[in-house]
Each structure stands twice: as structure tokens, then as C-alpha cells.
Write a protein that binds this ligand. Sequence first.
Ligand code: TYD
Ligand code: MG
Length: 452
Amino acid sequence: MAKVKTTFFCQNCGSQYAKWQGQCTSCKEWNTIAEEVIQKPEKSDWKLPTTPSKRAAKPLLINEIDTSQEARLDLCDGEFNRVLGGGMVQGSLTLLGGEPGIGKSTLLLQMALKLPYKTLYVSGEESQKQIKMRAERINPSNNHCYILTETKTQNIFKQIEALDPDIVVIDSIQTLHSDYIESSAGSISQIKECTTELIKFAKETATPVLLIGHITKDGHIAGPKILEHMVDTVLQFEGDRNHVFRILRANKNRFGSTNELGIYEMQGSGLREVSNPSEILISEKDGELSGNAVAATLEGLRPLMIEVQALVSTAVYGTPQRSATGFNAKRLNMLLAVLEKRAGFRLGAKDVFLNITGGITVDDPAIDLAVVAAILSSNEDVALESDYCFAAEVGLSGEIRPVQRVEQRILEAEKLGFSTIFISKYNKIPLKKTGIKIQLISKIEDLVGFLV
Ligand code: TYD
Ligand code: MG
């Protein structure tokens, strides 16, 4: 028997070492280096299924390159298409990451069932029967979707060669293993090798491949960082598991912008595209309640009206509690300090809770003003007018700062029937006549004057 060959890999960044060491020289993490067995079969009769290479091997003038073949595949899913930049590019490799149970398999299976092309869905996680049961929950079903339960890449390629699908979905990259490497599935060297084989396959046959990737505890895609460099597009599927909304965003996209966002709602029968999210995110209520304010935010290029709820109450313990869901807790503390120092509100002895409704997380700074308004409203126990909305950043000295693309936010607020929008005095707004009142403010004290 041939001698077993082993190499040491950093489990964090994927760097390779000849012997064990305590710290990884490239990513500086401690105790991440582990031994993995790699052994290439001396001579294998297996090779990638090769249709003659479609790529010319000689240099071409950039203007001579024909891009008509780079046609994009329509995925029959408006949100997915938008996030990818208008459909999936032929021969591209897309990686979809997300928390366990968030709906990655559901999203891709549902897409595979809708596509009018021959689709191969390879699963290493569920049996064909389990997938069929899941497919029965999701209504639209066609007769172009093939299901394969296999984890060995060599066998997968054999099946692909026989079937010749137009698009391949792999669930998940961590379950694949290649005969070329002996270590177990999910190890760094296996993930690297299987991805390399899939890239070779995708580029040579111009077939798009979608990969599902697990994520680690801290939210990164499990496996070497190099995985994200290797693929063309990295998508992230996120949301709060207890809420129905799911957001699909691109973290990397070689063929489009990373600003776009897709929103889905998880239902009993799969994921539903949400094309007008603002209407759902603003809750219906009878009568006016204190502590609620609506922010005109932008997620990517899409305007999104989001409701912010705050509860300010007298602290029962010595140290007041501050907690925020869907909003950065440090930023909440900063806004509370600004309110205390610049507007004279004594919030030091109060508990403050903040919640963004719908279970989504917002990082648009334009939400600041709505957060401040919600806190003020709860503190004074006075309800804000329900047709007010806010879009501005709050600075450390209490100044109201301008935000980008304010026209788009104003138009969305107008469309949804808001009467007044509060924005920064320093925002340049076009002189076009709008049906909504634009209230310009420059300091946090101005806002206090309006609201309480
Ligand atoms: P799944 O796609 O298995 O998650 P992942 O592949 O990301 O681990 O999603 C599982 C969750 O989705 C599960 O908690 C149940 C829910 N779900 C629905 O609510 N409706 C449905 O139609 C389906 C198929 C799943
Ligand atoms: Mg899954």
C-alpha cells in the first residue's frame, strides 16, 4: 500500500503547511492547524466530462470578444434575478450561504422546480424521498427537475455527462468529496478540491452551478476563505428564523452590483417573493401608540419603509438595560448619549428597548432619526402622527446629517401615503413639486420642538 500522505491545513484560512505549528502564519489564528490526509490516486481513468473547450486559448482584442454567448439564464424568480444582476451568467459558479434552517434548500429546490430548463438538483443531505416530500409542499412543479442523491464528485460528473443538464444545484459543498483527496468530506482540502473540479466543469461546459454552503458560528461560510475567492458570486440568505421574512443579498458578484436585495416571505408552501416590502413591514394598528416611528430606508437600491419601536421605562435595577433587535446596540447607546447631552433628556436612569419590526436588520444610517423620534415618543408617552416618516443620520453633536438618494425615499413615502417626511436641512432636494410635505431640520432640538 502506498504511503499515506498528509498535509496540515489552517481550518480558518486554508493555508497549507508541511508540519504542525501553533499559530497560522498567514491569518495569525492560534490552534487552527489540523492534519488532513491527501492522497492522489496514482493513475485514474476518471476525467472531467469534456465537451470541446469553448474558450479560445489565444489572446483576443477586447473589442473582438463576443459577449452574446454570455447570455443570462432567467431564473423565473424576480428577486433572485435582481440580486444576480439580471439572471444567472452561463458557466458561473454561485455560492449561497446562510444559517441552518433559514431556507437555502427550499429556495433552490423551489427555483429548480420552476425553471423551464433541464435542472439537476444534487443533494448530499436529504434522500430523494425527503426531497420529493419537500417538493410537494411547494406547489409549482414541472417535469424538468432531476434529483440525485450523491456525494462523490466523480459520480456526480458521470451523471451530469449522461444527463447534460442546463443548470446544476449542489446541496451542499460541505457534503461533497472527491477521490483525489483522502480526508473526510467538509475538510478544507476536500472543499477546495471539489470546488476546483466544479469550477472546471462550469467553465468548460458553460453550465451554471449553484452551490449551497454552510456557515460557521460567526456567520462566515464554512471552509477556507479562498472558497469565496474562487466562486463568481457569493450570496447570503438571512433573516430571523422566528420571523417570516428572508433577505437574499450578494456579498460578491463578478457580473453585477452587490447593492441589490431580494426579499422573500416563508410560507407553509415555500418562499414567496415580496415585491413591495414596505407595505408589509409597516404594521396595521388601531389608534395611535407611543414609541412608534417609521423610517424611510434604502436597502441596496430599493426603498424600504421600516417601523421602529422603542420602549423607555424607569429602570428597576441599578444599571439601566439597553437592548436593540435589528439595530446596532452601540449605535443606540450613542444616540441616547446625544439625546441626553444635546437635548437635555435624562435617559440615564431609564431602560431603553428598541425593535425593528419584521425581524430584519438595518444598517442604513438614515434610520437614526426614526430611532430618536421613537425614543422621544415613548419617553414622553405621546404618539407621533402616524403619517410622519423620517430619513436622516444623527451626528455626535446632535446635528441632523443628510443621507444619500433622498429623492427616492421621498417618492416611496409619498407613494405609501405619508403626509410629512423629516429630512436634513443640508440634503439637496430637487425643486420638483411633491405631494408630501418635506420638513427640513438641522438639529436634534428642532425635532423635539415638532414632536413633543
Ligand atoms: P431548509 O430549506 O431546509 O433550510 P436550510 O437548507 O437553509 O437548512 O428550510 C427549512 C425551514 O423552512 C424549516 O424550518 C421549515 C421551513 N419551511 C416552511 O416554512 N415552508 C415550506 O414550504 C418549507 C419547504 C420549509
Ligand atoms: Mg438544507
